[in-house]
Write a protein that binds this ligand. Structure first.
Ligand SMILES: C[S@@+](CC[C@H](N)C(=O)[O-])C[C@H]1O[C@@H](n2cnc3c(N)ncnc32)[C@H](O)[C@@H]1O
Length: 409
């Protein structure tokens, strides 16, 4: 172990020259953070990985296609020495020392004048972990724990919570609690009030501390529901009381989620609102059941429609005749009850009766199940197999591609 630990510091590199020697994997890993820091990056290397080359092509770095030469570090504030030539690294290191340029080395950390900490970023904070001696595995593991804790809110003690007044419309994903975004999870952990739908990651509500008020906005199909206006009023009322409010929605807030209606109501009431996109069930539920919504050579398009009103219903805004002429994938949400009429309309409009159809009920949850049929058989299959909402219905050849995935244990 070195006699003294490294002294941690944050370099402000905006517009300052950073020289990177070597265009291999080390440069590829380190360059994004240097670019993000706004450094004026000069890469010296005869070759580069395709990703590094793309950074040069995109103008993010300046690339000199040659080997290191004495004098390359003269104007640098900071250097990353990572060539595959040990002698060149030694020479560059000596030049850095002579010019008092802090440098990191990929081949010999102990010979370097600086070490790269294991870094991570979460919500305006950079976490950087340095060992007293170079120990990348350990520092990366500690970094991961800290960043994960910050992201899911477990590392923030309640009295330190950074409460954000206003409303966050959070897309919770299709149901599996692991499928919410990192930002959504953090905002949930910081909330005073959560107004949640029936669909989405309900399990996460159980993790909320007891002081958090959870309001059930369940819109159970054909059952109890909380009128949209009542939801809007609840959002406004709690935000006006200075609470940090999360409106937790299934999937993505703007995919048949009435998210914009809520955002508009909040804007009219002068309440700050942030939207956190979510993983929509329209893609993720088929995916979880082993159905790709596109597949090379099979489908070059997918269309997502609501089936909550039948094709012959005058309230329908869907052009079913046009959909019947499409060859690609049709993803139908809220369509279980009307699938018989929908299938008839698609066949009448030209889609083959033997077109595969898959229904995925309660996707990504422990209760997930997949039922397969064709356009000709789907109506009777739904009845015979008692398929119930929520389900995503996939119409098209992709439903016959692959099959159920083997989960990793
Ligand atoms: C009101 S829409 C909301 C869609 C949501 N905003 C999204 O992006 O996934 C509700 C419909 O989404 C589908 N859905 C949502 N979650 C589902 C799940 N876990 N499994 C199957 N279908 C689901 C069903 O078709 C359900 O009737």
């Amino acid at each position: 172990m070195p006699a003294h630990p490294a002294y941690p510091v944050g370099l402000r590199l905006t517009g300052r020259r950073v020289v990177v020697l070597g265009g291999g994997q080390v440069a590829q890993r380190r360059l994004p953070a240097l670019i993000a820091a706004g450094a004026d990056i000069v890469l010296v290397s005869p070759s580069a990985t395709p990703s590094v080359e793309a950074m040069a092509d995109g103008g993010e770095i300046t690339w000199h296609r040659r080997a290191y030469e004495s004098g390359d570090l003269a104007e640098a504030w900071y250097a990353l020495i990572a060539t595959s030539d040990h002698a060149a690294n030694e020479a560059a290191s000596a030049e850095a020392e002579a010019h008092r340029v802090w440098c990191v080395r990929s081949d010999d950390a102990t010979a370097a004048t600086a070490w790269t900490p294991a870094t991570g970023h979460s919500d305006g904070v950079t976490v950087a972990i340095l060992g007293d001696a170079p120990d990348p595995r350990r520092t990366a593991a500690i970094r991961d724990s800290v960043v994960e804790g910050l992201r899911d809110g477990t590392l923030v003690a309640p009295h330190q919570r950074t409460r954000t007044p206003g409303v966050a419309l959070v897309g919770g994903g299709p149901g599996d609690p692991d499928l919410i975004t990192v930002r959504g999870r953090r905002l949930l952990a910081e909330a005073d009030v959560v107004i949640a739908d029936r669909l989405g990651p309900r399990d996460l509500l159980a993790e909320l501390p007891p002081h958090v008020e959870v309001i059930d906005a369940a819109k159970i199909p054909y059952g109890r529901f909380m009128a949209q206006e009542a939801i809007n009023n609840a959002l406004i009322e709690h935000a006006k009381a200075g609470k940090s409010v999360v409106r937790l929605k299934g999937g993505d807030p703007f995919v048949f989620g009435r998210g914009m209606e809520e955002a508009q109501a909040l804007a009219e009431a002068g309440i700050a609102c942030t939207v956190v996109p979510g993983i929509s069930s329209s893609i993720s539920v088929p995916g979880a059941a082993g159905i790709p919504v596109t597949h090379r050579g099979v489908a070059h398009e997918f269309t997502v429609v609501s089936g909550h009103v039948a094709p012959d219903d005058e309230r329908s805004l869907v052009d079913w005749a046009a959909l019947a002429r499409l060859r690609g994938t049709l993803v139908i949400l809220m369509g279980v009850d009307k699938i018989g009429r929908i299938a008839e309309t698609l066949v009448a409009g030209g889609r083959a009766p033997e077109t595969p159809v898959a229904l995925v009920q309660e996707g990504t949850t422990a209760a997930q199940r997949r039922v397969d049929a064709t356009l000709a058989t789907v109506a009777e299959t739904v009845t015979a197999q008692d398929v119930r909402p929520p389900a995503v219905i996939v119409v098209g050849e992709v439903a016959a591609v692959g099959g159920p995935l083997t989960p990793v244990e």
